[in-house]
Design a protein around this ligand. Structure first.
Ligand SMILES: Nc1nc2c(c(=O)[nH]1)N[C@H]1C(S)=C(S)[C@@H](COP(=O)(O)OP(=O)(O)OC[C@H]3O[C@@H](n4cnc5c(N)ncnc54)[C@H](O)[C@@H]3O)O[C@H]1N2
Ligand code: MOO
Length: 447
């Protein structure tokens, strides 16, 4: 396992001050190790889980040639006629989905057939009901291309073909595909365990009596909500006071149980920001000032399960530490800023991709939804040198073009504007002011 110092050294131009989003992402990608541990779960419980191995199809899907239409099935070879002349066939039986028709047809004969019914041997073409004229026990219709309205055995998946890949995150479509293969259980990686706590003496838990200077904890709900959307197991450690002993106990408990620890608050250098100094003495931690708005201060590191306080250490330590507890790898720590919008932005921009990697997702299933390219409905002041995430509402104009306007005040404590937003404008580090009508990138929210 590389130390933080080794990771830092492998990234050209890395410095913890004014760190670009791309350099921070690269650092986190080097830190995030996929979980090991495989379990077999029933398909009902598999939504959002990550496949532990490739799934090879045990059967062909569909298992037999079948009809794509309700109509009449016939052998195109036995009905070759001058191509423009109508085809005239005698209907001698019918076959429903789920039935196997055993008889034999003569030239000039056909069978009534329903969508999904297996095509009896030798029949290769289906004419839909609405294309025929009934004449007693005969039908006539304009000639069709041989093979029309036939679904071939194995056209979805051939037996022995890879149906799904290791690291795929199981979507509703993937669950359907597994079921179509007859698989009732599936091997998945164990769930990533993520511990979370809010910090700050001014933070009230719900149900506590309001007091002067205090605010209710919102980060606990935004962050654990984002975690639940990822499908990880959340260990909620509540609110921890700015008290070194309590912070140490919370970190200790989190490091023993979790693969990753998320905290909010105490990342800047305020008088009561004990979280920052406590993290620095307990683990291998780096403190960043990100070139980002909002969400500048962030801590990243590792916490061993057998936390021991370092003595005489500096807070910004990247020194190698030894981990004596070999039964559990250290937890990856993400210390997030306290401001309610900042914590969500840093989660979406940096923590989420790292957690997906830790969950064992492959590149395809951890890729973020592509940024939308839309036009700005307003001019926006933007200083080059940092990536800015602005809350916006994307709307479709009468001509079908997409436009985005800001939700109003962009203060990093204002959750109401986060609720209104359906996307985050992502203004790249080098970008300057945006003029009305310029194309900007938007990260869709709640997608
Ligand atoms: N002198 C400086 N001051 C600040 C700097 C700086 O660089 N120099 N950075 C600012 C930025 S940017 C941010 S972001 C904040 C981050 O500070 P902390 O991580 O220490 O966060 P706190 O001070 O604990 O809280 C900030 C703000 O958010 C409220 N908060 C915190 N936790 C919660 C919660 N769980 N639920 C609801 N609201 C929460 C807290 O009450 C504060 O209002 O620092 C700036 N200052
Ligand atoms: O960047 Mo801080 O996150 O302003 O709120």
């Amino acid at each position: 396992m590389n130390t933080l110092a080794q990771i830092a050294a492998s990234l050209p131009g890395y410095q913890p001050q004014n760190l670009s989003v791309s350099a921070a992402s690269a650092f986190l990608a080097a830190l995030a190790t996929p979980v090991d541990g495989v379990e077999r779960v029933g398909i009902w419980d598999a939504l959002g889980r990550v496949l532990a191995q490739d799934i090879v199809s045990p059967i062909s899907v569909p298992p037999h040639d079948n009809s794509a239409m309700d109509g009449y099935a016939y052998a195109s070879a036995s009905s070759t006629l001058p191509s423009s002349a109508p085809v005239l066939l005698q209907v001698v039986g019918s076959v429903l989905a789920g039935q196997a028709w055993q008889g034999a047809l003569q030239a000039g004969q056909c069978l009534k057939i329903m969508t999904g019914a297996a095509l009896p041997a030798g029949l290769d073409t289906v004419v839909p009901f609405e294309a025929v004229t009934l004449q007693g026990e005969h039908i006539s219709f304009a000639p069709l291309r041989p093979g029309a309205n036939r679904r071939r055995a194995g056209e979805d998946l051939l037996q022995g073909q890879a149906a799904l890949r290791q690291g795929d995150r199981l979507t509703p479509a993937a669950l359907g595909l597994l079921a179509s293969l007859g698989l009732a259980t599936v091997p998945v990686l164990r769930r990533l365990r993520v511990a979370y706590f809010s910090t700050g003496d001014e933070i009230l838990s719900l149900g506590e009596a309001p007091r002067a200077g205090a605010v209710f904890d919102s980060n606990r709900y935004t962050v654990t909500g984002l975690l639940r959307q990822l499908g990880v197991e959340v260990l909620d450690l509540g609110v921890v006071r700015d008290d070194p002993a309590l912070l140490q106990a919370a970190l200790h408990s989190a490091a023993q149980q979790a693969d990753a620890i998320l905290t909010s608050g105490g990342m800047s250098a305020g008088d009561a920001d004990h979280t920052r100094s406590m993290l620095g003495t307990l683990g291998e931690v780096v403190f960043w000032q990100l070139a980002i708005k909002p969400g500048r201060p962030m801590a990243v590191g590792r916490m061993a399960a057998n936390l021991q306080t370092k003595t005489g250490s500096s807070a910004d330590s990247t020194s190698a530490r030894s981990y004596t507890n070999h039964s559990k790898p250290p937890a990856v720590l993400f210390g997030l800023p306290g401001n309610p919008v900042a914590v969500m932005v840093v989660f979406l921009a940096l923590v989420r991709p790292a957690l997906l990697q830790m969950m064992g997702c492959n590149a395809a299933s951890s890729a973020a939804a592509p940024l939308q390219q839309v036009r700005s409905a307003q001019a926006i002041r933007k200083r080059p040198g940092r990536t800015e995430y602005l809350r916006g509402i994307v709307e479709t104009a009468a001509d079908g073009s997409l436009w985005v306007r800001l939700t109003g005040h962009q203060g990093s404590g204002m959750l109401s504007s986060m609720v209104q937003a359906n996307g985050l404008l992502v203004l790249a580090e080098a970008q300057g002011d945006v003029a009305e009508g310029d194309t900007v990138s938007v990260m869709p929210l709640n997608a």
